[in-house]
Design a protein around this ligand. Structure first.
Ligand code: HDD
Length: 756
């Protein structure tokens, strides 16, 4: 149990006294029977400091170092105090004129406590408000050392990182599994300063110029009159914008694909999107695109799962990430770069590298691994770390520079600006999670929330009063020096280059690269989203856009909407598919996969025990699902029950195994057997919630197994025992082996109608 809580409970008990009035616990005024002083019996040590929370090199007014010690000050000592460090004897009652009398204005503790509470919320991020973060480490292979002088990319360098994943559209409290782009922002605390890679799980963007960002966000956010729908793109204003503004077509298509509903944050790719410029030690430059490749593979939910989870467990992704890290199944991504020569036209094989709606297929420019990211520590305080972390694409280090992508240019302005509103002033780099691990010696001073006490009298250059310090460094001493790139002579215009005008060939490549089942999902997503729109004109316009991607896609969605399919208005692009874009057809590790083992008190308990152990031994997670909580059966080795028929839902499991007879559980209200409400001709049928578990898992293409009589539960759920991915056998562990093999492909793809 939590020592903090125990101490707090004990202290409260002591203060309350046994039958004594509240005043009897006041220190110094003991009642006759109460102990004289409230002594917490198990004071806790200060929380351990985090390496990433060391502060700028400054001193406090008392000459004590701040920063590291300041972080410790956040919670220290055994006694409850006010914000000024004065100990409190009671924080549960306002100061009153007698127990039933009016509250006194002079209650300064009440005033301070409520004042702070009133200001606990800060503005949520205008986009990417819903997020989850984790600490980790980046280990560099050194394979990029020939193209960049960035110290953290040299061979075998370890750099602490903080990563924040997010959805884009929803508010802070919105559901995790909505159809949306996911943010993938990484803060590298390098020895040369902070480098932020502020990317997404989709390699292209809606717009080519940052000046359109307010438009796309206003269109995608809830309607301004009723503020609905929350965290959805399935509404008129979104589709109005993306069908009028066809440069959004490529990103929208990715959103409508399985990429828009990741299975887990641990199974998402990440992309830097823009083309960046790497600079080597001799000043040579290379254009690159950054990639994060998850070791567990790229996996998604199916749409029905995503919708169910939105209600059943809105924190699904956040919980999954934190649980995995806590269990030691630390997620890993390989960092990679696609490299391109830094030519004057900044194109590669005809693809404009400055257009952020373009990818370069991996078949044309392979992703070369340059390091490994491991997330191994959960934040200890969500607000302090995940909420207050502030990313900025302009946080660059020597060896990594920007290009003239017009989307990136606007971002360089926007991210600093937004932190001033969100974090209340310009000193947000001093917030612990934002502090660089390299020494900071800047000449910015003062401002709201200044927490450094700077030394010296001359925060300006040149100066003589501080001995001319600090000095500027040259490139040879680790300074960030902009790559001396030639800017073409030109006339000021508000225009995009003609090469930005092709809005359909890249989406067509994506569509052609999808497997049949992925195409079916895309058709389903467009049909759903456009079906939620009210305006006929928007649906018709959307179909005209789809016709320019592919007639088959357009016709299928048109059928679903009950509208005629229009003809393309541009010639269909002749592009080769990029197989790397498909998520289907690979085999992946099964680490961390969740196996639901369903059984009842009369089930195959030996089988449950054996399967549980094998699942654990192979790095997966067993969850025993049974009619009631507690243990399954009796005896010291009776398996513990993690989910009951009332609390389990299929969406949590990657595969299900029924070991023997599942039995009947208590209904959701705990009042009676679930069977009691069933018609008598269902007597002998398993619990209907087991049927729902199995039927959903079957519909969602999950591997399902049954052993020792569990087959009858499958049959009762209408699942054919000879269907693809359904394994029936006598030994539970033999069935498990087959299920594990199937899990390597993530789902039983053969079960989806389109591939039958
Ligand atoms: Fe942005 C947040 C990713 C274009 C303006 N953005 C934000 C976050 C991510 C991205 C992952 C959340 C960071 C966090 O976890 O704190 N944004 C992108 C990508 C873009 C992009 C990959 C295009 C390639 N963004 C973009 C543009 C603008 C912004 C063009 C403005 C002109 N983005 C912001 C912002 C946010 C933000 C308003 C909100 C909170 C924050 O910055 O710190 O400034």
């Amino acid at each position: 149990t939590n020592p903090l809580k125990r101490a707090a409970d004990k202290a409260t008990d002591v203060l309350r006294g046994d039958g004594a009035g509240p005043e009897q616990g006041i220190p110094g005024k003991p009642g006759p029977e109460a102990p004289p002083v409230a002594e917490p019996t198990e004071p806790h040590e200060p929380f351990p400091l985090k390496a990433d929370q060391t502060a700028p090199d400054t001193v406090s007014p008392t000459g004590q170092p701040t920063g590291a010690d300041q972080a410790r000050m956040a919670q220290s000592g055994s006694y409850l105090t006010n914000a000024q460090g004065t100990r409190l004897y009671d924080t549960d009652h306002s100061l009153k004129a007698g127990p039933r009398g009016p509250v006194l204005l002079q209650d300064h503790h009440l005033r301070e406590k409520v004042m702070h509470f009133d200001h606990e919320r800060i503005p949520e991020r205008v986009v990417h408000a819903r997020g989850a973060g984790a600490h980790g480490v980046f280990r560099s292979y050194g394979t990029a050392a020939n193209v960049t002088k960035a110290a953290f990319l040299a061979r075998d360098v370890e750099t602490p990182v903080f990563v924040r994943f997010s959805t884009v559209l929803g508010s802070r409290g919105s559901a995790d599994t909505v159809r949306d782009t996911r943010g993938f922002a990484t803060k590298f605390y390098t020895s040369e300063g902070v480098f932020d890679l502020v990317g997404n799980n989709i390699p292209v963007f809606f717009i080519q110029d940052a000046i359109k960002f307010p438009d796309v966000v206003h269109a995608a956010k809830p309607h301004p009159d009723r503020e609905i729908p929350q965290a959805q793109s399935a509404h008129d204003t979104f589709w109005d914008f993306v069908t009028l503004h066809t440069e959004a077509t490529h990103h929208t298509l990715w959103n409508m694909s399985d990429r828009g509903i990741p299975r887990s944050l641990r199974t998402m790719e990440g992309f830097g999107i823009h083309t960046f410029r790497l600079v080597d030690a001799d000043g040579g430059t290379t254009l690159v695109k950054f990639h994060w490749k998850p070791k567990l593979g790229v996996h998604s939910l199916v749409w029905e799962e995503a919708q169910i989870i939105g209600g059943v467990d809105p924190d699904f992704h956040r919980r999954d990430l934190a649980d995995a890290i806590e269990a030691g199944a630390c997620p890993e991504w390989e960092f990679g770069i696609q490299t391109f020569p830094d030519t004057s036209d900044q194109t590669f094989r005809g693809i404009d590298l400055l257009d952020p709606t373009n990818i370069v297929p991996e078949e044309l420019a392979p992703v070369q691994p340059i390091g490994l990211l491991t997330l191994d520590r959960n934040p200890s305080n969500f607000f302090a770390e995940t909420e207050q972390v502030a990313f900025h694409p302009g946080h660059l280090v020597p060896g990594i520079d920007i290009t003239d992508d017009p989307l990136l240019a606007g971002r360089l302005f926007s991210y600093l600006d937004t932190q001033i509103t969100r974090l209340g002033g310009p000193n947000f780099p001093q917030i612990p999670v934002n502090r660089p691990h390299a020494p900071v010696n800047d000449m910015t001073r003062d401002g709201v929330h200044q927490s450094a006490v700077h030394r010296g009298v001359a925060p300006y250059r040149p100066n003589s009063l501080d001995g001319g310090c600090p000095f500027t460094a040259g490139a040879d001493a680790g300074a960030f020096v902009e790559a001396p790139v030639r800017v073409p002579e030109a006339t000021k215009v508000r225009e995009a280059p003609a090469s930005f005008d092709d809005h359909f060939s890249q989406p067509r490549r994506f569509w052609l690269s999808m497997s049949p089942v992925e195409r079916e999902h895309i058709i389903g997503a467009y049909t759903f989203e456009l079906g939620k729109c009210y305006e006929q004109a928007i649906k018709e316009r959307a179909l005209r856009v789809l016709a320019n991607i592919d007639p088959e896609l357009c016709a299928a969605v048109a059928t679903g909407l009950g509208l005629p399919a229009p003809e393309p208005t541009v010639p269909l692009a002749d592009v080769a598919p990029s197989p790397a874009l498909s998520q289907v057809g690979h085999t992946w590790p099964t680490d961390g996969r969740i196996i639901g083992i369903i059984s009842g008190p009369d089930g195959d308990l030996d089988g449950v025990r054996a399967v549980r152990q094998e699942v654990l031994d192979s790095g997966m997670v067993p969850l025993v699902v049974a009619p009631r909580g507690g243990t399954l059966g009796s005896g010291t080795d009776a398996p513990a029950v993690q989910r009951t028929y009332a609390t389990a839902r299929s969406v949590e499991f990657d595969a299900l195994l029924v070991a023997g007879t599942p039995g009947i559980g208590v209904d959701a209200h705990g009042a009676r057997d679930a069977k009691a409400g069933l018609p008598t001709d269902r007597d002998g049928a398993p619990d209907p919630r087991v049927g729902l578990l199995l039927a959903e898992a079957y519909r969602h293409g999950k591997a399902i197994g049954a052993a020792k009589g569990g087959e009858s539960a499958l049959e009762a759920a209408g699942i054919p025992l000879d269907a693809p991915g359904v394994i029936a056998g006598d030994g539970a562990t033999t069935v498990l082996q087959e299920l594990t093999r199937l899990l390597g492909s993530h789902r039983v793809w053969d079960r989806f109608p389109s591939t039958a």
